[in-house]
Design a protein around this ligand. Structure first.
Ligand SMILES: C[S@@+](CC[C@H](N)C(=O)[O-])C[C@H]1O[C@@H](n2cnc3c(N)ncnc32)[C@H](O)[C@@H]1O
Length: 263
């Protein structure tokens, strides 16, 4: 996707909902031996990278992201310990073995997880840890309704008849598949959890503001700007016709959390 389709302000609107799985993932990291180096792949606006670096008292933390707008915000959190750089998480490689590789809500944006995870595991130091979280909500109306709208005019033609691939539906594997994959890569005792996060929103219409900051960005990356708001309006109509217009609304959001250590 176009790297600058990410908008840090829109993304930050639901910071609390977004931070919770990050810290659940962090709480699953084995801290029985010292963690000196962290790489946060798809670090976004970087505040969670910096907080984790402080919490784990690491020597160095590096956040990698492909979006210049997200990185610009992340650089506010750079200091002697924490730095940020442009990179593609699908092809990223480290100069030095890393004690902890973490990727929160970013792996879903790249295809071929067996190959990417093998590459990441190959960058771990002996005893290093992998911590990865991906959304698994492709079956929720918040997701299926955007695909339905994208198949309609005028959006379909504006996208040359082929809407962008859906990263969650196309790329994310089952929890069991991730457990087998990590075990097959030689990681010790991988713990893979499917968690349903209860995101209580003031109204069902607020789901639109949530998806605007994440899954709709792939449509914004290919649609002309004049069609962004019409797309959001059509999506809102479709979504509210499906889930009803009411409040408060319990937006059940499934996520897969993986924690594993290299032997
Ligand atoms: C949903 S945000 C998550 C940000 C952060 N990890 C957090 O937990 O708040 C996904 C991030 O992944 C980044 N991203 C997506 N595809 C990427 C790629 N191929 N290489 C690097 N970063 C990527 C986006 O730019 C975005 O900042």
């Amino acid at each position: 996707m176009a790297p600058n389709a990410w908008n840090p302000d829109t993304y930050a609107r639901f910071a609390g909902f977004r931070a919770r799985p990050f810290w659940d993932l962090a709480d699953g990291i084995d801290t029985s031996t010292t963690i000196r180096t962290i790489v946060d792949l798809g670090c976004g606006t970087g505040e969670l990278t910096a907080e984790l670096a402080t919490r784990l008292s690491v020597d160095s933390a590096l956040g990698i992201d492909s979006s210049s707008s997200m990185l610009e915000r992340a650089r506010d959190h750079a200091d002697d310990r924490c730095s940020f750089a442009t990179g593609d998480i699908a092809t990223w490689a480290s100069d030095e073995p890393v004690d902890l590789i973490l990727a929160n809500a970013s792996l879903q944006w790249v295809p071929d997880h067996p190959t990417v995870l093998e590459r990441w595991v190959g960058q771990l130091a002996a005893g290093g840890r992998l911590a990865v979280q991906v959304p698994a909500n492709a079956d929720h109306p918040s997701h299926t309704c955007s695909a339905a709208v994208a198949a309609r005019e005028p959006f379909r033609s504006a996208m040359d008849g082929s809407p962008p691939p859906d990263p969650v539906a196309d790329n994310v594997l089952t929890p069991e598949a991730y457990a087998e994959l990590l075990h097959g890569l030689g990681l010790d005792d991988p713990l893979v959890r499917l968690v349903v996060y209860p995101q209580v929103m003031a109204s069902s219409a607020d789901v639109v503001e949530w998806t605007r900051g994440t899954s709709l960005t792939r449509f914004f990356a290919v649609l002309p700007e004049s069609l962004h708001e019409p797309f959001v309006d059509a999506y809102r109509d479709e979504l509210l016709a499906t889930i009803g217009e009411r409040g408060p609304y319990l937006y059940t959001f499934k996520r897969i959390l993986m924690n594993a250590s290299a032997c």
